[in-house]
Design a protein around this ligand. Sequence first.
Ligand SMILES: [Mg+2]
Length: 371
Amino acid sequence: MSLNTGQSLTVSGQDLTKNGSSSSRASWEDARTVLKPSTPTRKPKPPKPENAITIAVSARVLFTMEKEQQIYEQQGMEDYIKYQVEHETEPFSPGPAFSFVKALEAVNAQLRELYPESEELFDVVLMTNNHANVGLRLINTINHHQLFIERFCMTGGNSPIGYLKAYHANLYLSADPIKVREALEEGIAAATMFTPEKMTEVSETQLRVAFDGDAVLFSDESERIYKAHGLDKFFEHEKAHENKPLDHGPLKCFLEALGKLQKKFYAKGQRMDCPIRTYLVTARSAASSGTRALKTLRSWGLEIDEALFLAGAPKGPMLEKIRPHIFFDDQMFHVEGAAEMGTVACHVPYGIAQRVTKRGIWDKETSSAPK
Ligand SMILES: [Mg+2]
């Protein structure tokens, strides 16, 4: 079941682009009129998509919409919309992607100070397949939390891929693993975000991003050896191929984008206190298989600030110390382990590990409800 079928609407800054029904335009203009009093007056201009590092994030991970989700599932679409309209002036509370988005904005503020003319900034696009009437509450929420989100993409239940491409999305975060897989298949860095029961407090001034190595930054070629022939063969293989860089994985381009912005801070003498910090958190062990990972990153011309080789130890406790805003892994047990200890963890459904993914998780997360 899709929401508001046939409607596709994109709002970008002050421009309105209509791709769907003509009623869409009216709805949005209503929205802008209704919400005018709460619209902040001083917002920085969003960068052009081709210059920006664009992060597309679904409404359901940026905000907490669980109660509304329940109404939709138990009472149906009409009651859901009615409830949203009745609660239009009540902002949603922050969801798992909220601190990440806030940290992106904190980095932007520092970039704007150092490079007032540059458009090389993060830009956040809010993706939702919600009804336009719910869009009013979303705009109100964005203003309430003083988020600088100017780009909305209401897909009306359609696939987000075309929009992600149009926005040159560098990362797509969603609660819907089907859409995430679709994006990955199109070569867009994407991950399914889960909400941990408790969330560790994170820095408000430094963006911290943690990546797994195999099947996230790197391809799953070594992981395949491990799964097929065991740990000893894996070590042997990695030693023999130490000087052969691994192929790139789905999140490599996002690390690259972060590196591009980091260099702008380095150029102004801010290497040690750079407001972006990246981490490799891998189950590889340093001595036997770490060399290939580090040499691969070097061959790509990419730096990682901290590389943690856990040699199979659980990742949750280490991540609890790092306190990243976001962590990416292709294996659900690492995602779950991280989330249990308060880290906002995302699953990258890519590579050989997906064949052994627990069925139940997908069943639970693949409903067609509003995202
Ligand atoms: Mg992995």
